[in-house]
Structure formats: C-alpha cells, structure tokens
Design a protein around this ligand. Structure first.
Ligand SMILES: [Zn+2]
Ligand SMILES: [Zn+2]
Length: 232
C-alpha cells in the first residue's frame, strides 16, 4: 500500500507559506515517509515542473495537479497522468481566470520556482479567484487533457460541492471525492446516494510545511483505477 498526500499547496498559492517550495515539500514528504504526493495549487500547475523534478531527486512518486475553482466557487482537485497534459490544462485555465491582479501585501506571494528550487518569478494574476469553468462541464473538459477530477473537501462549509451546490449531481465525471474529516465519510455517503459508489481520499490541504499528513492514509498500487473509473 502507498501512503499518500494528494492535496498540497506550494508557495505559488498566495495563501500558502513562502517556504513551501517544491523542494521543501518533497523533502518533508520524504522525511515523513510518504510514497505518493501531488501538488495542487489554486488554479495553476506552474510549479509542477519543479515539483516533479524535485520529487525525482528524492525518488518520490509525484502527480501533477491543480485545485480548480469553478464558476460556482466549488474547489475541485484535478490530477494528470503527465506533466505535458497538466501544463496544457494550466494554459486553458489561465485564459479562464478572472483578470484580477494579485496584491501580495493582502493575499500573499505567488512564487514560481525553477528546477533547482530557487524562486524565478511571480504570477501576476490573482490565483484564488474563480474561473468561468462550470462544475458541470469540468469532467468532459478534463478528458481532453487525460485528467480526472475529485471534488475537494466536500464536508467543508466553504468552497465545497455541498456548500456551493447543496447536492451531489450524478454523472459529472468523478468517481472519487475528498473529505477533510474522515469521520464524515459514512454520513455523506448515506445522505448523498451518488457518493455511495465513489472512492474517497483524505489529504492534508497543507499550506505550511508542518501541515502535511503523516503516513495515515493509504492507496493500493492500482490507485489510478480509482480516478479513471468515472471518466469512461
Ligand atoms: Zn480548497
Ligand atoms: Zn486546497
């Protein structure tokens, strides 16, 4: 079994600490003994190239990802089988973000890192605003990028599928959901039938280095199946 943490923000997310560089994240994950990690910055994959490069140096399995904010302000984790697909999707999302400049002194820095983990620049457009991509079109859209979606922290009172839509739509292209509090899983499945057949992930949503999960949650070697089931 693989211990995982598949919801981690780097210093590119304005709300994350500046020392959440890709190198520091994989270094910490490696210290903890995690087997599988994903980088999921708000509306951007631009630190994924550095993240994958750093992960390779630590011999850590890493997935390029993004936490997309839909037009309905639902947070959805998007994962990709390749960096190429992730960066192509990043380009699409960039064109669908609200054009609002980041104000670092209010929202925080959006730091871009190079392969050697040094800061090489910043992203000017605010990444924590919404996109004009609807939750209902996302599943089909991601197919073009061989990506898959996992509604994030569905049990949270803000920016979740349930807080924003109030229900779980069927046939929206996902076969797995994320809970923040794992004790809520059974109740959610009971209340929302479309979740019954779904897999579940519990990741940290870490914004700081000491926020990563310990070796607490595990996936089988066939973890990819969990995501791909819903995209057929
Ligand atoms: Zn979120
Ligand atoms: Zn998050």
């Amino acid at each position: 079994m693989l211990s995982y943490d598949l919801h981690i923000h780097s210093c590119l997310s304005p709300c994350a600490d500046d020392d959440m560089t890709p190198g520091n994240i994989v270094g910490m994950a490696s210290l903890i003994g995690l087997d599988l990690v994903a980088l999921t910055d708000h509306n951007s994959c631009k630190n994924c190239p550095a993240f994958l490069k750093q992960a390779e140096q630590f011999s850590l399995r890493a997935i390029p990802g993004m936490e997309l904010t839909t037009a309905e302000e639902v947070h959805v984790l998007c994962y990709f089988g390749s960096l190429r697909d992730a960066m192509a999707f990043d380009g699409y999302v960039e064109r669908h973000l609200l054009p609002i400049a980041n104000q670092p002194e209010i929202f925080g820095n959006q730091l871009l890192c190079g392969g050697d983990d040094s800061v090489v620049g910043t992203v000017e457009n605010l990444l924590i605003s919404a996109t004009d991509i609807s939750f209902f079109e996302l599943g089909a859209l991601l197919k073009d990028y061989h990506g898959f979606m996992v509604p994030a922290h569905v049990d949270k009172r803000s920016n979740s599928l349930l807080s924003q839509l109030g229900f779980v739509p069927e046939g929206c292209g996902f076969s797995c959901f994320e809970v923040h509090d794992p004790t809520k899983e059974a109740g959610l499945r009971e209340k929302f039938p479309p979740l019954k057949s779904c897999g579940v992930l519990c990741s940290s949503d870490a914004h700081r280095l000491d926020g990563l999960h310990e070796r607490e949650y595990f996936l089988g070697e066939d973890w990819m199946e969990l995501f791909l089931k819903g995209t057929e």
